[in-house]
Structures are given as C-alpha cells and as structure tokens.
Design a binder for this molecule. Sequence first.
Ligand code: ZN
Length: 91
Amino acid sequence: MALMQCPECGKTVSCYADTCPHCGYPLKVTGRPLFSMPGIAFFFLAVIVIGACCLLLWLYLHDSISFGLFSFLWIILFAVFLMCSLIVNAK
Ligand SMILES: [Zn+2]
C-alpha cells in the first residue's frame, strides 16, 4: 500500500484514503497516485522486449546469433525481474 503525507497535519496516511484518519482533512482530490504502477511496468516491459528483438535482429544480421540468443534470454529475465519488483512495490 502506498503512503503519503497529510498536507494538513503532516502525518503518514494511505494515498487511497478519502480523508486523513488523524485530522479528517479530505484527501480525495490530491490523494490519488500520479500513475498506475502496472501500466508503467507493462510500458517498460514492452520497451525492453522491442529493444531485445531489435538487438537480436541486429546480431542475426551480423552473424552472431548464438551471442544474440544469450543476450536475449538475459534481457527477458531482467524484464521479468523488473516487472515483478514493480508489481511488488505497487502493493
Ligand atoms: Zn491529517
């Protein structure tokens, strides 16, 4: 769960709360997260996968396909790790 600071009393509150539980300040307008974390994760994953495909194609055209496959697997593993860490952080 993401946390933010109440603009009225300065105490830590959930960014999903409608009002501050300490002072009752309404947080609905400013309390929303700036962006959706899974959306960002999928955007990065798409960028990484497209980048990996371009790298693989480039290496294929330059006759180093075995090295290309090795790099491709590592990039995919990194992308999965990155996405998992983003999803865990979003909770
Ligand atoms: Zn407050």
